[in-house]
Design a protein around this ligand. Structure first.
Ligand SMILES: CC(C)(COP(=O)(O)OP(=O)(O)OC[C@H]1O[C@@H](n2cnc3c(N)ncnc32)[C@H](O)[C@@H]1OP(=O)(O)O)[C@@H](O)C(=O)NCCC(=O)NCCS
Length: 167
């Protein structure tokens, strides 16, 4: 396992990985490749400038960023301090089915649960059987659906809402 926190210095690698994943399957990421191309490296530097406990973890293969997973608080107020949203879960198509996502997702969840968080929520744009299977195998359960969550290439895609409680 070669996992570490990624930050603003990783913005170029993060952007390259995102472009590779979105070119392969835009629906899984909830935006089109053209929309992704409009995002600048400065955007990503800002997005990756986290303050604890928010974090993005990267899983590296031979020094290359191959998979990521992030967790973040949804509000600055104590009333929502018990939960985090998981986002930015993806693996380069060149490195799939090697367990990289499971490792990095489980590490991000451990980080959340070690930081006074007792619930992690996420959304999956469907169809996306690989992601649903990944999350279910970790213990996430479905709790709802956002109808027509994204509109890509003339088609609407629902968002499946999933949640995992600290055991
Ligand atoms: C979903 C995704 C992150 C999985 O990444 P990965 O590194 O290939 O996943 P892993 O090798 O760690 O597999 C972990 C589990 O995910 C599930 N899984 C992964 N790929 C799968 C597939 N093609 N079909 C069915 N289940 C799959 C399995 O449960 C697998 O466990 P197993 O190998 O013991 O059967 C990857 O396919 C991806 O990047 N997809 C596009 C982006 C995306 O959908 N992100 C999620 C947004 S919510």
């Amino acid at each position: 396992m070669n996992i570490r926190c990624i930050d603003a210095d990783d913005a170029e690698a993060f952007s390259a990985l995102r472009r590779e994943v979105i070119r392969d399957n835009p629906v899984s990421m909830g935006l089109t490749y053209e929309e992704e191309l409009s995002r600048t490296i400065e955007n990503f530097r800002a997005q990756l400038s986290f303050s604890q406990p928010n974090v993005m973890l990267g899983n590296f293969v031979d020094g290359e960023l191959a998979a990521t997973a992030a967790v973040g608080l949804t509000s600055k107020f104590p009333s929502s301090r018990h939960k985090m949203v998981m986002w930015g879960v993806f693996t380069s198509p060149r490195f799939r089915r090697r367990g990289l996502s499971r490792e990095v997702v489980e590490s991000a969840i451990r980080h959340a649960f070690n930081n006074n968080v007792n619930r992690v929520n996420l959304q999956v744009y469907v169809p996306n059987n690989p992601a649903i299977m990944l999350y279910k195998s970790i213990g996430f359960v479905e709790y709802g659906i956002e109808p027509e969550a994204v509109h890509i290439s003339g088609q609407y895609h629902d968002g499946v809402l999933m949640t995992l409680a600290k055991s």
